[in-house]
Write a protein that binds this ligand. Structure first.
Ligand SMILES: *Cc1c(COP(=O)(O)O)cnc(C)c1O
Length: 448
């Protein structure tokens, strides 16, 4: 099979998969899971024909997928992929660009610069900010926090790049009690010891309580949160950020999905967030680009560009070349699917995408409350935190839904007791699937 025939075959198989998503089980059945054992073969001594490789991947692999690119997946905050963004990725595969700088890919550098500007506009963040397109909120948070520490140390006259950390003035970190584990991971990798981190207590909604905020100074990084993973709650930025910046602290906001509320009718939830120094957000969640794609956004563009610089004698780029804003040197042009998503949605489309996710979450919450479930959060966003009548029923209901193959959402623990978390994050989900989820849970959980 020649290359073009093979690619057409791959396209056919991908089309068929997409066509069949509506009828798929959301989580694979036992048969499909057991069939994955077929992949456990020794490294072949002699290569197989490319069409055989593709066939095995589709025949065994496709049934082993989670249908998170469908309408009945409510797990974590995993988004589906918008057609324009998915199609752009298909074409990009043929291009196979190393999108590190203009010299390596003029089209990638151009489109990522456009996408960066559109993101700042859609999210109404300071237009002078640098936007690095990275793999994940985790990686982008790492980049932002590296830039933050470097700036705070430089203000004390410390040359972090050349003198490192030994003997450096101490940089303190304050995070929310409900900080996402990936922010802690980024801090840990950067050498902020977990025992040194200070936790800001939260109120009963899960927001950082300004009354109990640990003291801040000009050697503090304060990490706030827009969109807590269980509740979708936002910290009170309009109170906390002016106070932190007044003290000279650096404010970073983990806004993996919540930042996009700013590009919806719920923008008031993010009031004051624009005053922070840096933000991370994902495109693969709320915006529904394919995996993986996230952004490190830094108000002081020089701070990010200096911290992440990787110019070499054989490859130097503009200050805002993506290789100088992200962890990667060689990289895919992750900003292109963002460009495609934003161009296909337009401003209005971004607003209605977010509004629909939030409205469906409220609809599910109301339906479940009426059916006797306990909804534990205020459902201001796209997250619904739920308990059944007893802890046993809560666990059993979730397991029954997961086993049914009709929908999927994950477990969590809220205030020491089991709960489950329903996230509406797919552009494909409609009222039909929202109502079907309520009916399914009602049937399976038999609440009070
Ligand atoms: C998903 C999430 C992250 C991590 O994002 P990745 O892109 O998976 O690294 C961080 N913080 C919050 C609040 C999230 O929801």
């Amino acid at each position: 099979m020649n290359e073009l025939t093979l690619l057409a075959e791959a396209d056919d198989r991908a089309r068929r998969y997409t066509e069949n998503i509506p009828g798929r089980r959301v989580f694979p059945d036992q048969g499909a899971l057991q069939a994955l054992a077929a992949f456990n073969e020794p490294l072949p001594a002699h290569g197989h024909a490319a069409e055989d490789v593709l066939r095995l991947l589709d025949d065994i692999g496709s049934p082993g997928t989670v249908a998170s690119n469908g309408s009945r997946y409510f797990g974590f905050v995993i988004g589906a992929s918008l057609p324009a963004a998915a199609a752009a990725e298909r074409l990009m595969l043929a291009w196979d660009q190393c999108a590190s700088s203009f010299d390596n890919s003029p089209v990638a550098a151009t489109l990522e610069r456009v996408a960066a500007g559109w993101v700042l506009e859609a999210l109404d963040l300071p237009r002078e900010s640098a936007v690095g397109f990275g793999t994940s909120a985790t990686a982008c948070t790492l980049s932002c926090l590296a830039a933050a520490r470097r700036v705070l140390l430089a203000r004390k006259g410390w040359d972090f790049d050349n003198d490192g950390l030994a003997g450096a003035p101490e940089v303190r970190v304050v995070v929310s009690e409900l900080v996402h584990v990936t922010v802690k991971k980024a801090l840990r990798l950067l050498g902020f010891g977990m025992n040194k981190i200070l936790y800001a207590p939260v109120n009963h909604h899960g927001q950082v309580d300004p009354e109990r905020l640990p003291p801040l100074d000009d050697m503090t990084i304060l990490c706030l949160q827009a969109g807590e993973v269980n509740t979708g709650e936002f910290d009170p930025f309009d109170v906390l950020i002016p106070r932190a910046r007044g003290a000279g602290a650096w404010v970073h906001v983990d806004a993996a999905f919540g930042l996009w509320a700013r590009a919806s009718s719920h923008a008031e939830l993010t009031k004051g967030i624009e005053a922070a120094d840096s933000w991370t957000t994902d495109a693969h969640k709320w915006l529904n680009t394919p995996y993986d794609c996230a952004m490190a956004i830094c108000r002081d563009s020089e701070a990010l560009a200096a911290a992440m610089n990787s110019d070499a004698v054989y490859l130097s780029g503009a200050r805002d070349a993506q290789k100088n804003l992200t962890l990667e040197f060689s990289r895919r042009a992750r900003g292109i699917p963002v460009w495609a998503a934003l161009r296909s949605l337009g401003r209005e489309g971004v607003v209605s995408l977010g509004d629909r996710q939030c409205a469906l979450a409220r609809r599910i919450a109301q339906g479940l409350a009426q059916a006797g479930f306990e909804v534990l959060n205020r459902v201001t966003l796209n997250q619904v935190l739920v308990r059944a009548y007893t802890d046993e029923l809560t666990v059993a209901a979730r397991e029954a839904v997961q086993a049914s193959g009709e929908a999927w959402f994950g477990a969590t623990v809220w205030q020491g007791r089991p709960a489950f978390r329903i996230s509406v994050s797919s552009w494909r989900t409609t009222e039909h699937e929202a109502d079907a989820l309520v009916q399914l849970l009602t049937r399976l959980a038999k609440p009070r």
